[in-house]
Structure formats: structure tokens, C-alpha cells
Design a protein. Structure first.
Length: 76
């Protein structure tokens, strides 16, 4: 994510990612089919993390307004 923020999505490459991670570019392909696969999986992980942070401490049996305030106050 840091590298994407630094160079932009259009400029990201497997070789840049591998260099930043300190691994050989071929190693990346052990875990991902290609750059698009890696970015898709990264997005899904970020989405899951965000959903978890947003819903932290929320209890659907509590009044809606109070739980909505919890969501708005959760640090994401």
C-alpha cells in the first residue's frame, strides 16, 4: 500500500514491489498470479480490515442512533 501511495497505481510493477519487499520478483508469483491478482487481493484485505475497524464495538441489539455514533467515532 505504501508503494502504491508513493508511485501511483499506474506506475506500480511486480519488480518494484519485490524490490521494496526485499525479495526476488519470482517469489511474488508464488503468492499471486499477476499484478492484477495481487492488487485485487490487497484491495479485499484492505476492505476487510476497514469493515472490521468500522464495526468495532457495534452491537446490533443496541439502539440504532447509539450504534451509528460508535461507527462514526471508530478510528479508520
Amino acid at each position: 500500500m505504501q508503494l502504491i501511495n508513493e508511485v501511483g497505481l499506474a506506475e506500480i510493477s511486480i519488480s518494484k514491489i519485490a524490490k521494496e519487499a526485499g525479495i526476488a520478483p519470482g517469489t511474488v508469483y508464488t503468492y499471486f498470479d499477476n499484478k492484477d491478482d495481487m492488487l485485487r487481493k490487497l484491495f479485499l484485505e484492505a476492505k476487510k480490515d476497514m469493515q472490521k475497524k468500522i464495526s468495532d464495538g457495534v452491537n446490533i441489539s443496541e439502539p440504532t442512533e447509539a450504534e451509528f455514533k460508535k461507527i462514526l467515532n471508530n478510528d479508520i
